[in-house]
Ligand binder design. Structure first.
Ligand code: HC0
Ligand code: SF4
Length: 566
């Protein structure tokens, strides 16, 4: 189709919205309630444009282009309307931006500045007590701009419907049922609502201060571990391109922040494969229970415990990799460096907010102390690095510390949907059948389709596997399994869209292809790895020789496996 935007002609595909057409043409249209990964609603009226022949201004995000359409985005009528709508929102918004957790990273603040909006209307700021009930997510609805992105993220992507817009007009707010504290609802702590919030109304429950205090005191051995998915996203906080891999810079930054040891959660992902893969082979021998579900995603564990308790017996008993590493640090490593476990402080850098909730589980205590003391999201680490003015982009690439820093390509792909399944298959095949894999890549469990299925030939036995990511797809798959419509031997579940690359603690992004780009980065790390199968990791082999003996040993069960709450 041909459209005219601000007097210039452009060819655009049929069926796109005016907003998409303008974006493709490189013409800026401001947005607030719109997000490229959510259904548009046209609620905030910040993207209004003029269409020749139409009496009223139209919201660009929900108006479809028509052939020959004449659009104006830069008339004074449009600009005045945008300014007016923003000024109305500003009258309802607190003015404490300087002390807000998202100061400098707030879409609303940017628009107020960009449009030179003045505080012209009488203040109507509401007094609302923040909801700090959840260890994962904090809601401060005084700051809400009523864009509805949290509501849509929670329902469209996660299928959880925890929030709905309550009250009308000026009083509207995204509320939980009966305005219950978030932690008392069925919320699974995935943090998608926080990742999609354009302002500071929903954020992760921040723990930066606690970490800074420990660094300052430094009366404990300070250990940090980093998740597979943080290394392909942290760079975004520093203006690097989406999909940049900055593993070495991240390690270097963590050393400069003051950590004594920088270890890799990927090491423990390899360990998880050894334990979970062996558990699967054991179930094959014993005849079930099937399907076996992966257990590394804590939001999925929350979902299973709250809404699918019938599957708790099917969950692998393996702890998630960061908990395994925490447990080893406060036992094996503590002994190695001759420091009591209570004198070790472990921080996990995770793309995930549910891990903040996960570390509070009593099952994760080791030698009387929590295995992991604090979880920081990728976003929080970005802020910490900025606070210390560490020049991230120009840092040298440094390596993880030994021995809990070595990992394979199989561990790297944990960060993306299908990765845990593929890593497990690489190892289960070779350990179970005692012969090398004909092809290392299991491409049919890759990609961003919500539910993926594959039948794997295990030397004549046909293994049925499935992978689901994003709560809405996860629930669809679980409902089918419950009804007996489908059968699988092994199922990987990740609650967030894309798996951990799309975790609720990852840098916020308005790039609609953000998941594809981060996914490609993860597979690049795998391809570049010398070792690509968990059972080939020399440090893992050594750990079994020195300490754990063999997968599913007594020590492994004690430290690396867990139980769930009915
Ligand atoms: Fe993940 Fe993990 S892969 S859950 O997605 O298994 O958060 O990145 O750290 O623990 O390894 C998140 C990412 C992890 C864990 C690992 C698993
Ligand atoms: Fe919904 Fe996840 Fe937010 Fe909970 S944390 S309200 S489940 S999006």
């Amino acid at each position: 189709m041909t459209v005219e935007i601000n007097g210039k002609s452009y060819e655009v595909p049929a069926g796109v919205t005016v907003l998409e057409a303008c974006n493709q043409a490189g013409v800026y249209v401001p947005t607030l309630c719109n997000h490229p990964r959510l259904e548009p609603t046209g609620a905030c009226r910040v993207c209004v444009i003029e269409v020749e022949g139409a009496k009223n201004l139209q919201p660009a995000c929900v108006t479809k282009v028509q052939d020959g359409m004449k659009i104006r985005t830069n008339s004074s009528r449009v600009t005045n309307a945008v300014k007016f709508n923003l000024a109305l929102l500003l009258s309802r918004h607190p003015k404490d931006c300087m002390t807000c957790d998202v100061n400098g990273r707030c879409e609303f603040q940017d628009l107020i500045y960009l449009y030179d909006v003045q505080d012209i209307f009488p203040s109507e700021v509401r007094t609302i007590t923040p909801d700090i009930s959840s260890p994962a997510v904090v809601r401060d609805l005084e700051k809400c701009v009523v864009c509805g992105r949290c509501v849509r993220a929670c329902s469209e992507l996660q299928g959880m419907d925890i929030y709905s817009m309550v009250d009308r007009g000026y009083e509207t707010l995204p509320q939980t049922a009966f305005e219950m504290p978030l932690y008392e609802t069925d919320c699974i702590s995935c943090g998608q609502c926080a990742a999609f919030c354009p302002v500071g109304a929903i954020t992760e429950n921040m723990n930066i201060r606690r970490v800074l205090e420990e660094i300052e005191k430094h009366d404990k051995v300070l250990i940090v571990q980093t998740a597979p998915a943080t290394r392909v996203a942290l760079g975004e906080e520093f203006g690097m391109e989406v999909g940049s891999i900055s593993t070495g810079k991240m390690v270097a930054a963590l050393r400069r922040l003051g950590f004594d040891y920088v270890f890799d959660t990927n090491f423990a992902a390899d360990l998880t494969i050894m334990e979970e893969g062996s558990e699967f082979l054991e179930r094959v021998k014993k005849g079930g229970p099937f399907p076996m579900f992966t257990s590394c995603c804590p939001a999925w564990i929350n979902l299973a415990e709250k809404l699918y308790p019938q599957f708790l017996k099917n969950l692998s008993s393996a702890k998630s990799p960061h908990q395994m590493l925490g447990a080893l640090l406060k036992s094996y490593f503590a002994k190695k460096i001759n420091v009591p476990p209570e004198k070790i402080f472990v921080v996990s850098i995770m793309p995930c907010t549910a891990k903040k909730d996960d570390i509070t589980r009593p099952q994760h205590m080791v030698n009387g102390v929590p295995a992991v003391d604090v979880v920081l999201t990728t976003r929080e680490l970005g802020r910490l690095i900025k606070m210390r003015k560490i020049p991230y982009a120009s840092l040298p690439e440094e390596n993880y510390d030994d021995p809990l820093g070595e990992s394979t390509g199989a561990a790297a792909i944990f960060g993306v949907t299908g990765g845990v399944m593929e890593a497990a298959l690489r190892t289960a095949y070779e350990l179970g059948l005692g012969k090398p894999l004909p092809k290392i890549e299991f491409t049919n469990v890759r990609g961003l389709d919500g539910i993926k299925e594959a039948t794997i030939d295990f030397d004549g036995k046909q293994l049925k596997v499935a992978v689901a990511h994003g709560g809405v797809n996860v629930r669809r798959l679980l409902d089918k399994i419950t009804k007996g419509e489908v059968y699988y031997d092994f199922v990987e579940i990740m609650a967030c869209p894309g798996g951990c690359i799309g975790g609720g603690g990852q840098p916020k992004s308005l790039d609609k292809d953000v998941l594809v780009k981060r996914m490609e980065a993860i597979y690049t790390i795998d391809e570049r790895s010398v070792l690509r199968k968990s059972h080939e990791n020399p440090s893992i082999k050594k750990l079994y020789e020195e300490f754990l003996e063999h997968p599913l040993s007594h020590v492994s069960h004690e430290l690396l496996h867990t139980t769930y709450m009915d």
